[in-house]
Design a protein around this ligand. Structure first.
Ligand code: HEC
Length: 141
């Protein structure tokens, strides 16, 4: 009885949070936390987290706003969108945006790239960071 209640609650929660026809399972995006433990990324939840980035960024290729397009950013060299005017700090950082690098960056962008013009305080929750990276990857194909 108790189990059935739990199962029902889980099913209702899944139905409530799912995007119709597009529920993707969390995937291994190659990110580990401070303790070396893998954190899976949920692209569906990442789409919600991405609303915080959308003030400045588009996921569409070739579309720059206040920030550069984030289409294909995972694996990209920092400052490599030719028609976007980066800060010298970002452009000369020498960073290759692996999932792990973005994961650390998004916690405190100004800490990893001092002088960056990305005036975003960061995402404190590790899971939100992993989820938004899964979203970036899933929507860059
Ligand atoms: C207030 C505006 C703003 C917000 C919000 C913002 N960014 Fe940015 N972002 C920028 C700007 C501006 C740059 C360029 C930084 C520079 O040149 O110093 C940037 C750069 C980046 C870069 C480096 C890109 C490259 O080509 O080198 C990544 C990755 C990134 N942002 C991810 C994100 C993600 C993910 C979010 C949401 C969690 C986010 N940003 C939220 C403005 C913003």
């Amino acid at each position: 009885m108790k189990f059935n209640r739990l199962a029902l609650t889980a099913a209702l929660a899944a139905a409530f949070f799912s995007v119709p026809g597009a529920k993707a399972a969390p995937v291994d995006i190659g990110v580990v936390d401070d303790g070396g433990k893998a954190i899976l990324g949920d692209a569906d939840h990442g789409a919600i987290v991405f609303h915080k980035c959308m003030v400045c960024h588009s996921i569409q290729a070739g579309v720059n706003h206040i920030g550069p397009s984030l289409h294909g950013v995972v694996g990209r060299h920092s400052g490599s969108i030719a028609n976007f005017h980066y800060s010298a700090a970002n452009k000369n950082s020498g960073i290759v945006w692996t999932a792990q690098k973005i994961f650390v960056y998004l916690q405190a962008p100004q800490k990893m790239v001092p002088g960056t013009k990305m005036t975003f305080p960061g995402l404190p929750a590790a899971q939100d960071r992993a989820d938004v990276i899964a979203y970036l990857e899933a929507n860059s194909k």
